[in-house]
Write a protein that binds this ligand. Structure first.
Ligand code: GTP
Ligand code: MG
Length: 158
């Protein structure tokens, strides 16, 4: 079994029931989950590999625009299976090549593409540690009143 980080982005949170149903239908096991708001510094750190891309500012504005939900998925081939479930980055492309994917069904545009998935096993380790640190406080939010909520599901079951 492998682990990956999944995220429901701000536009996805507005369609939470449908997105959760898509996750449930595919049988993914969620083992840890949090809802939180990223401040800009946290968003920079999470997406730092994209720092020099032309869409970086739009990405940071979007991902900090509202609450997100992050979760740990445990599955065989979790990284690839979750990436396949979410579909290509651009929802309009997803509607052509992967019409049953989550982005195809619920994505609005290439920025507002409802969900995230780690792109490799190494990214998954980094991103899970980012949101579920093995030591220290859990990602305190500094800009929006510290309004993170945290809910551990079966924290030591895997
Ligand atoms: P994530 O799972 O969110 O990491 O998406 P991804 O791995 O499919 O794409 P990538 O890591 O390359 O890009 C991260 C995010 O930046 C995407 O999910 C989009 O929200 C945004 N993004 C990527 N490419 C573009 C682009 O060409 N234009 C715009 N406006 N946004 C982009
Ligand atoms: Mg990515």
């Amino acid at each position: 079994k492998e682990k990956t980080l999944g995220m429901i982005k701000p536009d996805g949170v507005e369609k939470l029931g449908q997105i959760l149903d898509e996750i449930y239908k595919r049988g993914f096991l969620l083992t840890r989950l949090r809802m939180c708001c990223l401040d800009r510094n946290q968003a920079f750190r999470f997406y730092e590999e994209h720092r020099d891309k032309p869409f970086f500012n739009a990405l940071i504005d979007y991902i900090t625009s509202g609450p997100i939900i992050v979760f740990e998925i445990v599955n065989t081939n979790a990284v690839d299976n979750w990436r396949e479930a979410i579909g290509p980055t651009d929802p309009s492309r997803a509607r052509t090549v992967a019409p049953t994917s989550i982005r195809a069904q619920y994505g609005i545009d290439v920025t507002r593409n409802v969900v995230h998935g780690s792109d490799s096993a190494a990214s998954a380790v980094r991103e899970l540690e980012f949101f579920f640190p093995s030591s220290g406080p859990m990602l305190p939010n500094t800009s929006k009143g510290g309004n993170c909520t945290c809910c551990l599901i079966k924290p030591h079951a895997v």
